[in-house]
Design a protein around this ligand. Structure first.
Ligand SMILES: [Zn+2]
Length: 246
């Protein structure tokens, strides 16, 4: 493409020079009187400028090419060094190790990960590893003290929890106490029911003539003794004996 534009450039320059010398030489169209140097300049001048721009735009500048290849090669050769330098810069960006705070721990962890991901050749080129290690130690120290503080807080919290647990325990106790009372109540109800049913099932004794029902062994049962259930006796209009009170 570049050669093509170069040829056009040379052609337009040649035509321009020729046209200035003899306009009718390059302008082979139109009327004889219109074949002027002015028109030659106009047509071929514009053409020359256009092709010059196109040519320079598509030029394969050997200097640029050379630079490109040299940096490429350099890049390939110094790739390891560059990676190491980048990591060194990142480590240096941590700043004063003594001023490092816990919020940097993630960054430091990341840097350590980056370092561990390097090849052994790259690792050798890293110069600020000791700084990273120092930073890690500092963070670990901060973490330990923070942990101690936390554990203190946790124990305090645990104490508080214990207190609340004691308070909570008091509550279940009352419910536990209540529960048997309730079950006793139901037991009572069951008992009452059974006594009631017992009462109803209770066998009493009536006499042939009397209108009372009696307990077994009542003195009124000497003449006659007919066994009957209490409920049946009540149903039949018998009333309890006032002596044996069944
Ligand atoms: Zn009686």
């Amino acid at each position: 493409m570049n050669t093509f534009f170069f040829l056009l450039l040379v052609l337009s320059l040649g035509c321009l020079i020729l046209g200035i010398i003899k306009p009718s030489f390059v302008i082979r169209w139109g009327l004889e009187e219109k074949r002027t140097r002015k028109r030659v300049l106009k047509y071929f001048g514009i053409g020359f400028i256009v092709f010059l721009i196109l040519f320079s735009a598509t030029i394969d500048n050997p200097e640029v090419e050379k630079y490109k290849t040299s940096t490429d090669t350099k890049h390939t050769f110094s790739n390891n060094e560059e990676i190491a330098v980048t990591l060194d810069k990142k480590i240096a960006a941590l700043g004063d190790i003594n001023l490092i705070s816990l919020d940097k721990s993630e960054d430091i962890k990341e840097l350590r990960g980056e370092y561990e991901n390097l090849t052994s050749e790259q690792k050798i080129l890293v110069t600020k590893l000791s700084l990273l290690t120092e930073a890690e130690n500092k963070i670990n120290g901060l973490k330990t003290s923070a942990d101690v503080e936390k554990s203190l807080q946790v124990s305090k919290e645990a104490d508080a929890e214990k207190d609340s647990a004691v308070a909570k325990e008091a509550v279940p106790q009352s419910t536990v106490q209540e529960a048997p009372a309730e079950s006793q109540k139901t037991e009572d109800i069951v008992k009452e029911g059974s006594t009631q049913s017992q009462n109803n099932e209770l066998t009493v004794y009536i006499t042939k003539t009397g209108s009372k029902y009696h307990r077994d062994g009542c003195r009124y049962l000497r003449q006659s003794k007919i066994s009957i259930s209490k409920s049946e006796a009540i149903n039949q209009g018998y009333t309890p004996c006032s002596v044996c009170n069944p």
